[in-house]
Design a protein around this ligand. Sequence first.
Ligand code: DC
Length: 499
Amino acid sequence: MPVARPDDLPAGRDALMPPDAVIAIDGPAGSGKSTTARALAERFGLLYIDTGAMYRALTHAACGARVDPGDEAALAALLAGADLELRPGRGEVTVLWNGRDVSQAIRTPEIDAAVSAVSAHAAVRRDMVRRQQAFGRRGGVVMEGRDIGSVVFPLATAKIFLQASLEARVERRLRQFRLRGRELARQDVARDLAARDRLDSEREASPLLVSPDALVVDSSALTLEQQNAACARAALVNPALDRELDTDLAPALRELPAHYRLAYAVFGALARFYGLRQVGNEGRALPRGVVVACNHISLWDPPLMGSTLHRHPVRTLAKEELFRPAWPLGTFFRWLDTIPIRRRGYDRAAFAEAAAALQAGQNLLIFPEGTRRAIGTPGPVKNGLGILIQATRAPMLPVFIRGSYGRRPGGSALSPLEVCYGPVIRWHALDRLLDDLDPKTVSRRIAQTCEAAWCELQERSYARHPRTAFEQEQGGRQQVRFAARHQRLFGRREPDAGA
Ligand code: DC
């Protein structure tokens, strides 16, 4: 599937924007996010949420209570006890801290100077992200900040990364303050913005970064109208591509080779027997040439997950051990066009075959954690996913499976058996990332995108059916066992999921 550029879209397609869309706008201070986010909210009939205002409100309260911006525990406690409300209206959002309107007070150079330090604390971010997700979970929002696409809404309808040169941003900040009657020195503003860029990008917890699936808009040389128009076009790219997905399933079914039909009949019967539920996959056809990336908790995953793909021939990557003995297992897997992969080291032949399949428009089901993982903590994803995606540019369909673990997988009160589909993720920013970063770092970003998608799908699943005591207990016990298995299989300790 080609990676569309915002400029390829014809005008007048606003109706494509779903009413429950989430548009994430991230970028450095002064890049024009607020103005554009407000404009997009108005244009598409969505709610505007300024997450920077939330961090500013906490900073303002901390200054008032004489809490040190470096004191994580005190800041987290201050926030935990606070009623923080954003009230959208005409113009800027009204920000209420414990019922008091602080909308004006949070936009001073003093707050500017302290807010990056306050927002760098992991405990503060955890609480803020929970509040932001609650604002937006029902959908229909334009949310701006630094980590909206990467952390708050990894499955956003559109992720826009708005950037501008330091000179352009300094000019805009000076104009903003001038309008409020304050004249600032240019070099002070430039120094503060550069310092905030550094703090926001280099902090450990959710730093400002370009997600590989973001649409990057550089507004340095654009007028406000041009910037808003470019972002509106960018926001419509995924909805437009989604609409082009072929949802007519009949031809796909007719074309399905007989042996696939047989396999799917068996897998389907198994899934029905165990009471498997599908979420987010209603009547949807798979686009061609996508990587279906599923988390892995049980040997039942491939047939159970595979049963939900029953309208398409899907190739799978499977560990080479499964092909031994040659009969009947090896024959069965070859019959289903499964690609054997050696898990230790880099299996060049397997990757080449998988990439060729994707480039020929076939779909590929993979379990990118490389081995089974503990329940409740999907990931970490190995480098293979990123290597494959860099080689093919194939879009990714994240899928989360739950409840397949146990002597009698799923369908019981012990663990609901669910396969949850995310949206198709397209790698709009891949070329831009490869200009600046080495391929290994880009692979990690792709891996993080997949991990974040699974975590969000898992949270949504827990929201429907809370995590059971069985899952909690199993997950805890498996952590240690699976870490040891990872070391045995791959000959080294596993990397940190967030590294
Ligand atoms: O967008 P702004 O300048 O109002 O944001 C104020 C600060 O808050 C900014 O320095 C970084 C921080 N911030 C953040 O860390 N994460 C967000 N989602 C939004 C803002």
